[in-house]
Design a binder for this molecule. Sequence first.
Ligand code: SF4
Ligand code: SF4
Length: 444
Amino acid sequence: MELTKLIEILRNNGIVGCGGAGFPSYAKINKSADTIILNCAECEPLLRLHRQVMEKYAYEIMTALEDVAAAIEAENVIIAIKPSYESAVNAVKANLSSFKHIKIGLLPEVYPAGDEVVTIYETTGRVVPPGSIPIAVGCVVYNVETMLNAYNAIYRGIPVTEKYVTVCGEVKNPVTLKVPLGMSFRELIELAGGVTTGNPAYICGGPMMGTLATLDDVVTKTTSNVLVIPENSYVVQHRKANIKLQFNRAKSVCCDCYMCTDLCPRHLLGHPISPAAFMTAGVSFRSDNTKPFLDTLYCCACGVCELYACNQGLSPRTLIGECKSNLRRHGVAMAEQVKLAPVSRQRPRRMVSKERLTARLGLAKYDVDAPLDERTVGTDRLKLLLGQHIGAPCQALVKEGDTVKAGDVLAKTPETSLGVALHAPRDGRIESVTDKFIVLNTRR
Ligand code: SF4
Ligand code: SF4
């Protein structure tokens, strides 16, 4: 397929990265890439859906992956996956003979193997420079569900209107569902049999990098997991950390043991971030050396320092995040061409086992099957956010009272801006339109 045609299909069908921040997939297509990596690492504890989708749709995903690789003339096409995802690995192997360019790249069973910088290093030996993106080392990384969406768009003309979401933790029946965009977390959790704890908190995403959510939040193109967990759990309490209190705690008890830096996945790859140096400089108000503060810009917020490494229960990631946002607010950007240190020789011994991490977080009891269930789910009302991707938000093309069919374009980003279209997940009537969302009433 021609490059321009592929770009048009991906853009018009609303395809964005299905995990993370939702970068529009068409904008990643770059002729200077020699390597395409399909990220099936799923590194956070309790997450399930990538391996489930890969197991069921390996042929479709590999077809789209090879199409994208052919369009940009990439020489290497790698499916990055962990050996423990046996059924998914077997599904890929069963189809390999049909795709002459695709190879399997086995990842270690560690967190965060799915961080793009780590995935690229593990599969190619290349280190993305600090503050750079994968194309700087000739790589483009796609998510498993994104490639399934690309297949559906290329071969079936189907735009993105639904999302696979795993619902796990304190719910009666942990499950991975395929639901329409805009469904509320309340409805989603009811479909998983309801909450089984008296004091629930909700996390959108994984326990390490996910964010606190409410029952009124809705499914977007990047929602992969909803975790229900007791409000007083270790994971939730860290999310609710009071910055001032955390800063004072750090002043009192940080013993400069350096464990957080020793285990920092980006530091181990030679990036300049050092949480221990930041904590020491921050708590002692040292202003003669700004490096530990400026280096916070290279933190990927993986949470290893905070939720795994620190033996004093401190919150380096949270304080680093605060510093980072303050720097950005004042217009401080990452320096260009930062020097990369060599990859640490200690790295193989310092990578964080996913199994140990799950136990440390107190989540082992929730690490259970959450079977894939693709039945069509009913819903009366969908709240479709206009900003579901990185770039310019969509602008509504419909107005209150309009009748729409499933698949109709509801909103678009301006042609000259980064962004994709938004489509109706179901037939219905437009109930309301604001500059932030469109509400679709599916009862009509
Ligand atoms: S969150 Fe902590 S461990 Fe992760 S990259 Fe940032 S400083 Fe390093
Ligand atoms: S691991 Fe904790 S105590 Fe040790 S240097 Fe880092 S923040 Fe301080």
